[in-house]
Design a protein around this ligand. Structure first.
Ligand code: SF4
Length: 287
C-alpha cells in the first residue's frame, strides 16, 4: 500500500492485483501501464513482470495493518473486475474491506458488467457497506453510458462516476442513484484535450441533482500549470463518510494472518471459518 497518494481524490492506494489489459478509449494512455512497463525485467521490483496481470496475495491483508483511517483507492494499478481475477479473490479483497472498516474504500472499474453481477450476488455483503464506494469510469458516451446503467443496477450503497479522461460532451446524464462524480482531463504526453463546455454541464447536473462534484484537473502536457480551478473555484466535494472504530492491533494481526494463511492453504474463501466471536466483531456476512 502506498501510504500517500498524489491522486487528488484519495489518500492512499492498495494494490492486491497488479497489471491489466486495455478495454476502451479511456485506457489509451493508461498511467499504470506506463509506470509498470518501466520496470519490466528489473529483478526483484514489484513490476518486474511489467503490466502483466497477476494477483498479489501478500498484499491482501494490508489495510488491516494501516492503523489510521484513510481513503483508499483500491487497485490504482489494475482493475479488480478484470476477467482474469477469480471471483474468490475478489471476494477475499471485499472481505478485507469489510473487516478493516475504519477506512473508506474507492473501488473503480471499467468492467461494469462484472461489477454489477458480483455486487448483486457474491459481493452483496460488501455492497451494502457505506464505507465502500463502488465506481465506474466514464470517458465517452459509447463505453461510459452503459457502465452507468450497470452501476445503477448494482445493489450498491454508495455509487460514483469517474468521468476521466473526459473525451467528449456526454449530454444529459441520468444521475439517479449516483452519489459522487469526479471529472478530469487527460494528462501527460499526447494528452487528449478536454473542453470547458463539456465540464460545465456535468457540474450543473450534479448541482441540480444534489450529487457531490469533484473537479480533478484540466490535465494536458503540463497538468500542474493547467491546474484544477473551474470558473474561479476548486471543486472538492465528497460523499459523507462513515466512521468506524479501529480494531486493536492484536485483533488486526490475528485476522490478517488468518486471511493470509487460509489463502496460502487454498482455503481462504469464504471467511466463514473465522471463529464466531470474530465473525460477529467484523459483521462479515458472506452471501
Ligand atoms: S482498465 Fe484502467 S488499469 Fe486497466 S488498462 Fe484501462 S486504464 Fe489501465
Amino acid at each position: 500500500m502506498a501510504e500517500h497518494s498524489r491522486i487528488e481524490w484519495t489518500e492512499a492506494t492498495w494494490n492486491p492485483v497488479r497489471g491489466c489489459t486495455k478495454i476502451s478509449p479511456g485506457c489509451k494512455h493508461c498511467y499504470a501501464e506506463t509506470f509498470a512497463e518501466r520496470f519490466r525485467g528489473v529483478k526483484g521490483h514489484p513490476y518486474e513482470q511489467g503490466f502483466d496481470l497477476r494477483l498479489v496475495p501478500e498484499k491482501l491483508a494490508e489495510p488491516l495493518r494501516w492503523r489510521t483511517s484513510k481513503m483508499i483507492f483500491v487497485n490504482s494499478m489494475s482493475d479488480l473486475f478484470h476477467d482474469e481475477v477469480p471471483d474468490n479473490y475478489i471476494v477475499a479483497v471485499a472481505q478485507v474491506m469489510v473487516a478493516a472498516k475504519w477506512h473508506t474504500y474507492q473501488v473503480l472499474t471499467k468492467r461494469s458488467e462484472r461489477l454489477r453481477k458480483l455486487l448483486n450476488t457474491k459481493l452483496r455483503f460488501a455492497a451494502e457497506q457505506r464505507h465502500i464506494w463502488w465506481g465506474v469510469s466514464v470517458e465517452d458516451k459509447k463505453y461510459g453510458l452503459p457502465r452507468i446503467e450497470d452501476l445503477r443496477n448494482a445493489d450498491a450503497r454508495v455509487r460514483f462516476l469517474s468521468v476521466e479522461p473526459l473525451l467528449e460532451d456526454l449530454g444529459k446524464l441520468d444521475l439517479r442513484g449516483i452519489d459522487w462524480m469526479i471529472v478530469g482531463g487527460e494528462s501527460g504526453a499526447g494528452a487528449r484535450p478536454i473542453k470547458k463546455e463539456w465540464v460545465l454541464p456535468l457540474r450543473d447536473q450534479c448541482k441540480r441533482s444534489g450529487v457531490p462534484f469533484f473537479f480533478k484537473q484540466w490535465g494536458g502536457v503540463r497538468k500542474a500549470k493547467a491546474g484544477r480551478r473551474l470558473e474561479g473555484r476548486t471543486y472538492d466535494e465528497f460523499p459523507s463518510r462513515v466512521r468506524h472504530p479501529i480494531l486493536s492491533a492484536v485483533d488486526c494481526a490475528s485476522i490478517a494472518s488468518e486471511i493470509e494463511a487460509r489463502f496460502h492453504s487454498g482455503n481462504v474463501f469464504p471467511l466463514s471459518a473465522l471463529n464466531t466471536q470474530r465473525r460477529n466483531t467484523l459483521a462479515v456476512k458472506v452471501a
